[in-house]
Unconditional design. Structure first.
Length: 306
């Protein structure tokens, strides 16, 4: 679509987390540590799973994908945020803003679908253990992984194309530390009500539906285990509790941001920090410190290296 009589802006101005330079330096140090831990923690999970044959199971196959997505997801936002902490002017070129939106939604939506698949995997493992090996074969896992990535790609392309088709000719201030679709479309020189409704029906409903599927799967698991809890089933419930924690933190942001009209709220930046930094950091902690198999694999890996 071509919009006549409008000149597209060349860049956008980000407000960042704060305007106090001393606070920015402190945040730079804090988020540098967080980003380093995200990279190291998730990379360690991927390395451990790929090098320990006992972990070549569907659950750890999907966990490996989750760690890769978390590294990519955090890398879309955090390095740019760290650079802005040290910059006098927090501006981002239009093309980089579009690229940030595309990859942010690609990895975020892919992670939502992946977490939903992981919930389905736990349901089969706990409620249908006799058929689990047949249903979740290696071929099925690869197909599910391909569908997850394809779904994220289609979602991200759709939102990016819709955003690019709008004219941007006037305001250029984005009230956050990264580019996102609801924040950018507010700056368009046209009525965006229809697009806002499309975003709500797309991103918002995807988050809600996946969250409901997650809750439903764990309700079924709890009901099936309510009368007899062996040691192995206690371990399974512990894994499900960790998964539910991650899903709630991640989807809570998506529901809060995308299931309402495009407007800035005071809590947006705080919620976005959990979305881009805290959740990718929590995944290695939850899935390693609370998982006996991962702990044993890490000890074995450390002894081998020594």
């Amino acid at each position: 679509m071509v919009w006549p009589n409008h000149t597209r802006v060349s860049d956008f101005s980000l407000s960042g987390l704060t305007t106090n330079h001393a606070v920015e330096l402190a945040l730079f140090a804090l988020f540098t540590i967080i980003y380093t831990l995200i990279i190291l923690g998730n990379s360690l999970i991927v390395f451990t799973i790929t090098h320990d044959e006992r972990l070549h199971t569907p659950m750890y196959f999907f966990l490996c994908h989750l760690s890769v997505i978390d590294v990519c997801h955090s890398s879309v936002v955090i390095p740019r945020m760290l650079a802005d902490f040290l910059a006098d002017e927090k501006s981002i070129p239009f093309e980089q803003c579009v690229a940030q939106m595309f990859f942010l939604h690609l990895f975020a939506c892919t992670e939502i679908f992946l977490l939903t698949v992981m919930a389905y995997d736990r349901y089969l493992a706990i409620c249908k253990p006799m058929r689990y090996g047949t249903i979740m074969s290696r071929r099925t896992c690869l197909q599910l992984a391909a569908v997850v990535w394809m779904g994220g790609l289609v979602h991200s392309l759709a939102l990016t194309v819709l955003t690019l088709n709008l004219p941007y000719c006037g305001p250029r201030a984005i009230d956050n530390f990264f580019c996102d679709v609801p924040l950018v479309i507010k700056l368009a020189c046209t009525n965006t009500h229809v697009l806002e409704m499309l975003i709500i029906s797309n991103s918002g409903l995807i988050s809600v539906v996946c969250f409901l599927v997650l809750v439903a799967s764990y309700v079924v698991i709890l009901v099936s285990l309510r009368s007899h809890l062996s040691e192995g089933q206690h371990k399974a419930l512990s894994t499900c509790a960790a998964h539910l924690t991650v899903m709630t933190l991640f989807l809570g942001h998506c529901i809060f941001i995308y299931l309402r009209p495009a407007k800035s709220l005071a809590a947006d930046k705080v919620v976005s920090i959990f979305f881009t930094a805290v959740t990718p950091l929590m995944n290695p902690v939850i899935y390693t410190l609370r998982n006996e198999d991962m702990q044993n694999a890490l000890r074995k890996l450390c002894r081998r290296q020594i």
